[in-house]
Design a protein around this ligand. Structure first.
Ligand code: MIC
Ligand code: SF4
Length: 755
């Protein structure tokens, strides 16, 4: 049995007393989010947590989950913590490194050969330190966690931004960088700024073409990619109770796209049904006993405006299917308005590829509903016009939907079933295209659609929708097709309409699987050795970063002033670079190559102030580093949006960048920077962004009095001899300042271990 019933029992045993203690201090009804957070305070003491919005609070998560692309760095760090085993139940999932090219079996075999060194490393580290290992092909981290580990009222951190998927089973699940995971596995507290609370009241019930995905597509449109920053989104109401557990998971998963810390649903019958269906009836029974703690108080839901910082209401009965994009997941279009938008903006109308599945949308319900459309296409003699791929989220789902005939149905309309892995979602896609300069459109049931993400091609316009809408549009091969109102011409020349999709929340014959792909760790790992070849191109043991020099930092060169959207995909691209995730020096060659230089509107072309020539960002940073000169990166709003990959923070650190100065940060990235001993600064006045010139030499002053809440100063020395000085803000608390001074959080763990 993979899940840990004793641990869950312990969590529930403490629930009553911890929540009662919290209630006494708060003196008001509690939301579900507050209950779970208070039940997981590190020292069990509630008082600290009430200074909401101002205080960082220490928590004790119940679990850690890591995916292969981020686990390498997390575990390279953990290996330095000096512990014999992990302090909390942890798992590693091999999902990101499998490239989609031909189909599941061939692609998996290729991945096993190409990534052997990395898989062997992850398997042996897991074996040694007591970490559960999910082999390549077992599935995508979030789906596997939902099926095996998520439990109502629990708290988990995961080294992937879509960790919140487990919120669908009522767990507070938060995406973090590897250094945070390393702390928790090392038995330390995990720190988080106590979040704001956004309530989403769902009324009515979904029908017809609308699905759970449309809830989050709509919420993304309302809140935008920044709107959830620093907040936990709590869904409630009769509409929430009517959604399947996996549908809830979809909503929480894509909540990462609004920058939310996480999203959550309360425990209900749908969650209990899913737990039973995935052989975890014992958990449902335990949860039933503490039911009142696994949902918000009645008073809260009766008067939500009094208890949430922000409230949104959505009537599921009136919800239209949405299509979001291109290039950003918050550009939300109800399907009835989408065709006009496509024409007005001149987006390529022909749909070239439709992709369903991924960690966001590959439940039994999703697959069965999409398959009902594929079957109609066959029955009504429609030929799918676009290419079609299906990525199952786990072997459990894949095996079951194959047994039930759905994969065959997809194949009948030309569908290609890919490995149970991230594949095209993260640019692990050898897309067959005749001309990569042609503007083209694709549509996916994934969650992110940043430029170049899926196929590395900036000309690809990627849109996001439910699996049902993706399937219908794939059949039509046309983005302007509205399946709710339009007809298609079949091979007999007859106009036909697709009926509403039909599906099942859970398989009527139950789930089945032959080999789920799990490998338990050794009882005693002390004799297991972990080998890293010093000549490896893919793995590199970490050298500690240098401590702060104890003075103001002067004479920094501007490396790049990034303009507009600068997500983690722009800072540390995935796709072909994923293979270097365990090798800091090699992966640093992708640093900021996707960011647009403010001064020339080009990507990866910045002025080298030493030579006066224009060159690639990583190479330019390396020249400054070799000359012993530090540098600084300037950015726009929501800098670091997207992934949890700490490489986006470690690469600049490694290449001599001392500070990242931006208008605003995305949460995970800001923490990652702090953890690695970088300065993460924001303009006190956003207009100061305009003062930064291409040839500037920059000082950061005030560091000797670096203190929580106290601004620092920036001095710009322009080449014409003039200068500008302005204040910059930061959100460092005392502990984080100590990380900065020590040169990174890991240096402190290492020091404590020696001391
Ligand atoms: C993503 O969806 O962007 C990823 C790839 O899963 C990332 C993790 C990574 O970069 O390895 C995420 O979401 O955190
Ligand atoms: Fe993998 Fe895509 Fe999910 Fe990230 S969002 S975990 S890349 S499937």
């Amino acid at each position: 049995m993979a899940f840990d019933l004793d641990m869950i029992k312990k969590v529930y045993d403490n629930y009553g007393s911890r929540i009662a203690a919290a209630r006494q201090v708060v003196g008001k009804p509690l939301t579900l989010t507050e209950k779970i957070l208070y039940a997981h305070l590190w020292d069990g003491n509630a008082t600290e947590a009430y200074k909401r919005g101002v205080t960082y609070v220490d928590f004790a998560p119940d679990r850690v989950a890591m995916q292969d692309a981020t686990a390498q760095m997390a575990l390279l760090q953990f290996m330095q913590a000096g512990r014999p085993t992990v302090a909390v139940p942890s798992t590693v999932h091999c999902d990101h490194l499998i490239q989609a090219k031909i189909g599941a079996d061939e692609d998996l075999a290729t991945a096993n050969t190409q990534n052997k060194e990395v898989y062997d490393f992850l398997a042996s580290v897991s074996n040694k330190y007591g970490i559960g290992f999910w082999k390549p092909g077992a599935g995508i981290i979030h789906q596997v966690v939902l099926e095996n580990y998520a439990f109502p009222g629990g708290m988990m951190i995961g080294t992937d931004s879509h960790t919140p998927n487990a919120g669908g089973l009522g767990m507070i699940a938060i995406g973090v960088g590897g250094a945070d995971a390393c702390d928790v596995m090392a038995g330390l507290a995990w720190e988080l700024k106590f979040p704001k609370l956004i309530g989403v009241k769902l009324t009515g019930k979904l029908s017809g073409w609308a699905s759970a995905k449309d809830v989050i597509l709509k919420v993304a449109g309302i809140l935008t990619v920044k709107g959830g920053t620093g907040a936990i989104v709590e869904y409630f109401g009769e509409g929430a109770r009517s959604l399947s557990a996996t549908g809830k998971g979809t909503i929480c998963n894509m909540g990462a796209e609004i920058g939310a810390t996480t999203s959550i649903f309360g425990y209900d019958d749908k969650i209990a049904t899913y737990l039973k269906g995935t052989e975890r009836e014992e958990i449902a029974k335990l949860a039933d006993r503490v039911k009142e703690h696994l949902t918000g108080d009645d008073e809260v839901y009766a008067n939500p405006e009094k208890y949430f910082d922000q409230l949104i209401e959505i009537d599921l009965s009136a919800l239209e299917p949405h299509v979001n994009g291109p290039f950003t997941p918050d550009m939300a279009w109800p399907i009835s308005k989408f065709a006009a938008a496509v024409k007005e903006h001149g987006w390529p109308q022909t749909l070239e590829v439709g992709l369903i599945g991924s960690c966001t949308n590959s439940s039994y319900e999703d697959i069965s509903r999409a398959a009902s459309l594929a079957q109609q296409a066959v029955d009504k003699k429609l030929v799918a016009k676009a290419e079609f791929t299906i990525t199952p989220g786990s072997e459990l789902v894949r095996f079951t939907v194959e047994r039930d005939g759905y994969l065959d149905t997809f194949e009948k309309i030309g569908g290609v079933v890919l490995a149970n892995a991230c594949g095209p979602c993260i640019g692990q896609w050898a897309r067959h295209s005749d001309d990569s300069n042609r503007k083209n459109s694709i549509i996916t049931s994934f969650n992110r659609n940043f430029k170049s993400r899926n196929d590395g091609n900036p000309n690809t316009h990627a849109f996001v929708a439910s699996p049902e809408i993706v399937t219908a549009l794939t059949v039509a091969g046309d983005l302007t097709f509205n399946p709710l109102t339009d007809t298609l011409t079949n091979s007999n020349g007859v106009q036909v309409r697709l009926d509403e999709p039909q599906g099942l929340e859970m398989p009527s014959k139950g789930f089945a699987v032959e080999d789920a792909g799990y490998q338990a760790p050794a009882e005693d790992g002390s004799k297991v050795s972990v080998i890293v070849d010093p000549n490896s191109a893919r793995l590199q043991l970490l050298d500690p970063f240098k401590a702060w020099e104890g003075t103001d930092i002067k004479g920094l060169k501007l490396l790049i002033k990034a303009k507009g959207k600068c997500t983690t995909d722009h800072i540390s691209m995935a796709g072909p670079w994923l293979k270097f995730r365990g090798h800091l020096d090699n992966i640093s060659n992708n640093m900021l190559i996707g960011a647009t230089n403010f001064f020339n509107d080009k990507a990866d072309t910045v002025k080298n102030q030493l030579s006066g020539e224009y060159g690639a960002v990583p190479a330019t940073a390396r020249t400054y580093k070799a000359a012993g000169i530090g540098s600084i990166v300037v950015g726009d709003e929501n800098y670091g949006e997207g992934s949890s990959r700490e490489h986006a923070a470690m690469e600049p650190r490694h290449l001599g960048v001392r500070a990242i100065l931006v208008k605003s940060f995305a949460r995970i990235h800001e923490t990652n920077l702090k953890k690695q001993g970088m300065l993460a600064l924001t303009f006190a006045d956003n207009n100061d962004y305009d003062k930064i010139r291409e040839d500037d030499t920059i000082d950061i002053t005030g560091l000797n009095d670096f203190a929580p809440g106290k601004p620092l100063n920036i001095v710009l020395h322009h080449v014409d001899g003039t200068s500008d000085t302005f204040q910059v803000n930061h959100t460092y608390n005392q502990q984080q300042i100590d990380w900065f001074k020590a040169g990174g959080a890991l240096n402190i763990i290492r020091m404590n271990q020696k001391g």
